[in-house]
Design a protein around this ligand. Structure first.
Ligand SMILES: Cc1ncc(COP(=O)(O)O)c(C=O)c1O
Length: 478
């Protein structure tokens, strides 16, 4: 992986500068640093730039906010870590071939003896299990026939109504008739992609990308082009344009909100630009918005679908990251490709999704319980990301880089070049710790020095100890 170029953004430059000042002891541990306004005046930058730099340093565990007082340098023995660089995968189309790590990770996900930094799963203790099982009992008692019959595509109407209403609240305009419910987001992605591609087609994705996409592409006999991606703002729009204009890419698959594994959040302008490209070059843009409901603070980010005026965006999502994934309730809004997707979906699985789970989740959302649950879950996951990041910056070796997503439950760690994340994976397993090594998320051979960590489990001594062990193993080179 190439060395990091000079940080392009003002807040990145300021962040690096403050980092250096802390490292040099100009801003000593435990001491207050200049207020946002003073720092802005001192460095000749806006208040917004200072706030962004401070919040990144806070997420990295370098600064802490003391209410009514200001920002302080945390007493930490780690130097705090910079954000990983924008990726630069080799621009080559490749056939897809590997899935060994995926099998291993899925196998390990069910092993309760492991600390689960590996699979991207939110711990059941953070799920409203009791409320959902009460609803399940009530619905199957009150409407036993409806709850146990087939629910044919396009799926349970009250659920599709709720999906359309919730999407309207974040800028989308589609009707319940435009929605198909599916068995999880995975099935939504599968039918959408299958409907708009043929074997041999080239599909563009973020790099690194969700490893299950790579498996899906392999199964659909697609070729994949991995594109440069910023850990902050996602895929490079100009690279997407080049992929469709000059390299023959037939479709794009992206996760705009808290991507997997980088946790990137695309700004609205980028989302609008991608929707515009799909329209201009007439290609299907498969959007996976599975993490969108997990934003910390502020508004729920818009999907790209909100900027889609020509119905080229195929929106896919599910409740698998916010409610128990075993319910397997997802959906697709395939836009202009709707008829093909519906046909395929019917041919593949007959039923839309499990009838009772759809009824339960529709009622859970309709009653307002889902929004209440989300408020708690977002806060919990925000705290967990911060807690893990703080500990990582204390116990991982110098030179480590770490993402600071504003939502979701995944962190991406980049160790110095030459580090062996695959070896770290094996050694960590011997200590009962599961992690996802970087090479899972690419076919390029890159990211051998990276790992993805799931932080969706309650913080406790076992988790803290596991991070310390990982830090020690990483310090030994993997
Ligand atoms: C980006 C992304 N899409 C899809 C999925 C799978 O979703 P589901 O379990 O609803 O099929 C995951 C799960 O980790 C994911 O991270």
């Amino acid at each position: 992986m190439p060395e990091r170029s000079t940080p392009a953004k003002r807040y990145e430059r300021l962040e690096d500068r403050i980092r250096a000042l802390i490292a040099q002891g100009v801003y000593p541990a435990g001491k207050k640093i200049p207020s946002v306004r003073r720092m802005g005046a001192q460095e000749g930058v806006s208040v917004t730039t200072v706030l962004e730099a401070y919040s990144r340093l806070e997420a990295a565990g370098l600064l802490e906010v003391r209410p009514q007082s200001g920002y302080y340098v945390r007493a930490t023995n780690g130097a705090g870590f910079a954000t990983p660089r924008t990726t630069q995968p080799a621009a080559e189309a490749r056939p897809v071939t590997r899935s060994d790590f995926i099998s291993r990770l899925f196998h390990d996900a069910n092993d309760q003896s492991l600390v689960q930094f590996g699979a991207a799963v939110v711990h059941p203790s953070m799920m409203p299990l009791k409320a959902l099982s009460r609803l399940m009992t009530r619905i199957s008692r009150e409407t036993p026939e409806a709850a146990s019959g087939y629910d044919f595509p396009p799926g349970h109407l009250p659920l599709r109504e709720i999906i359309a209403r919730r999407a309207a609240a974040c800028g989308c305009t589609f009707s319940p008739d435009d929605v198909l419910t599916t068995f999880g987001c995975s099935e939504a992605l599968t039918v959408c992609l299958r409907a708009v591609t043929a074997p041999g087609d080239l599909v563009a994705v973020e790099s690194p990308t969700y490893y299950k996409y790579l498996e899906l592409f392999e199964w659909l006999q697609l070729r994949v082009l991995e594109l440069p991606t910023s850990p902050d703002t996602g895929i490079a729009v100009e690279a997407v344009e080049d992929a469709v204009r000059h390299r023959g890419a037939k479709a794009l698959v992206v996760v705009p909100n808290f991507s997997n594994p980088l946790g990137a959040l695309m700004p609205d302008a980028k989302k609008a630009a991608l929707a515009q490209l799909a329209s201009e070059y007439d290609f299907p843009l498969v959007e996976d918005d599975i993490y969108g409901d997990l934003a910390s603070g502020g508004l729920r980010p818009k999907p790209i679908k909100a900027f889609d005026t020509t119905s080229h965006v195929m929106l896919c999502a599910s409740f698998s990251k916010t409610l128990p994934p075993g319910y397997r309730v997802g959906w697709a809004v395939p836009g202009r490709y709707h008829a093909r997707v519906l046909h395929l979906k019917r041919a593949m699985t007959s039923a839309a999704a499990g009838t009772l789970p759809q009824m339960v989740l529709a009622e859970f959302a309709r009653s307002g319980a889902y929004d209440r649950h989300l408020r708690t879950l977002r806060r919990q996951l925000g705290d967990l990301r911060a807690q893990h990041a703080r500990t990582i910056s204390d116990v991982f070796p110098p030179g480590t880089r770490l993402t600071r997503p504003k939502g979701g439950h995944l962190l991406w760690v980049e160790f110095p070049p030459g580090f062996d994340a695959v070896a770290l994976h094996a050694r960590a397993l011997a200590h009962h710790i599961s992690i996802a090594p970087g090479p899972m998320f690419t076919l390029s051979g890159d990211y051998g020095n990276c790992v993805r960590l799931n932080v969706g489990h309650p913080w406790d001594a076992r988790v803290e100890h596991a991070l310390e062990v990982l830090g020690r193993l990483a310090g030994e080179g993997g």
